[in-house]
Design a protein around this ligand. Structure first.
Ligand code: C2E
Ligand code: CA
Ligand code: CA
Length: 325
């Protein structure tokens, strides 16, 4: 909240939770652009506070990451962008870990705003707040379905699309996507709808109903950003998912972190024992890929394989791609 409100004040983080946790909190706060004076573990004495304050009373360097350096787009701008076809898709390949064979693409939306490319983190929250997300989801689904149907006849090449929690609860969503698939002669089973762990668990009862409806239609469901939420395993296994996407925060750290390796291995094992495929996103180096193969992860997605690319570049990539050695 402080970061969102562009808080300029210096912040001291204090708690009795222990230094590892305090350190994590400090990093998070600094990464969101807050000015962190330091951490103060509890319990502390008045003398310690005095010493701390006198150490930190001078000017503190500005944070490395500016909170917001560009003006936020407004609702009007986004609405106009949607109406004028300024939302375009980038496609990022997903390949099989074992041999690198192409398994599909994830559609990632970009806003081409007068030649400036704006990334989704800057406007998806706005779209969700203002209700424009339903229109956005529709545009993305339509374009993604058409692109796949036009360029990839192979049944094993799938298309993953991100669905916001808000759009998920729109009852007509299933019908709309189904119609779009039919109009393009695309088997619904080639479409994977990605829902984040946190959004699926917000109202597990209702999610179960909505997700089951979609699954019955034939779409596949993927649980995105897995490992970042606080879901109960019991709840998760009740939901009709076909894929688990291991969050990139763990995958990016595979080469360096023992903890991340343990987390990734157990998520991949959990998925396998439930009969689900696992996709690791954020594969940035050969070490990560090697580890994923070792633990039997199904698919890999990340800069090491390819970045998200606009249509032409993605098609050229697919023509050239020879798999992994
Ligand atoms: P996400 O679904 O977790 O998408 C993966 C993000 O990780 C993408 O960022 C992608 O570019 C990035 N990524 C892929 N490989 C790597 C890698 O090797 N290293 C690193 N560091 N990053 C990698 P992007 O495109 O900026 O999307 C951000 C988020 O915006 C997405 O996260 C998704 O939650 C949301 N989003 C994107 N498109 C849509 C959409 O059409 N609808 C909705 N509702 N949300 C969308
Ligand atoms: Ca995703
Ligand atoms: Ca993700």
């Amino acid at each position: 909240l402080l970061a969102e409100r562009r808080c300029e004040a210096m912040v001291v983080i204090t708690s009795g939770v222990g230094s590892r946790v305090l350190d994590a909190a400090r990093r998070t706060a600094a990464e969101s652009g807050l000015r962190i004076a330091g951490v103060l573990g509890k319990p502390f004495t008045m003398d310690e506070v005095k010493a701390f304050l006198s150490r930190h009373s001078g000017p503190v360097a500005r944070p490395r990451v500016p909170v917001r350096d560009q003006a936020e787009p407004t609702e009007e701008e986004l609405r106009s962008g949607l109406d004028h076809g300024e939302l375009v898709l980038a496609f990022q390949p997903k390949v099989r870990c074992e041999d690198g064979a192409l398994a599909g693409f994830e559609a990632l939306v970009r806003w081409d705003h007068g030649g400036t490319i704006i990334y989704p983190d800057r406007f998806i929250p706005l779209a969700e707040r203002t209700g424009l997300i339903d229109q956005l989801t529709e545009v993305v689904l339509r374009d993604a379905v058409r692109w796949l149907a036009t360029h990839f006849a192979e049944a094993h090449v799938a298309m993953s699309v991100n669905i916001s929690a808000r759009s998920l609860s729109a009852h007509e969503l299933g019908d709309r996507i189904f119609d779009e698939c039919r109009a393009n002669g695309l088997d619904p089973a080639r479409l994977i709808l990605e829902v984040t762990e946190s959004s699926a668990m917000h109202d597990p009862h209702r999610s179960l109903e909505l997700l089951t409806r979609l699954r019955v239609r034939g779409f596949h469901l993927s649980i995105d950003d897995f490992g970042t939420g606080f879901s109960s395993m019991v709840q998760l296994v009740r939901l009709p998912f076909s894929e688990v996407k291991v969050d990139k925060s763990f995958v990016m750290e595979l080469a360096r972190s023992q903890e991340s390796r343990a987390v990734v291995r157990s998520i991949v094992d959990l998925a396998a024992s439930l009969g689900l495929r696992s996709t690791a996103e954020g594969v940035e180096d050969a070490e990560a890929l090697a580890y994923l193969r070792e633990v039997g992860c199904t698919l890999a997605q990340g800069y090491y394989i390819a970045r998200p690319m606009f249509s032409e570049a993605a098609l050229a990539w697919a023509r050239e791609w020879k798999g992994l050695a």
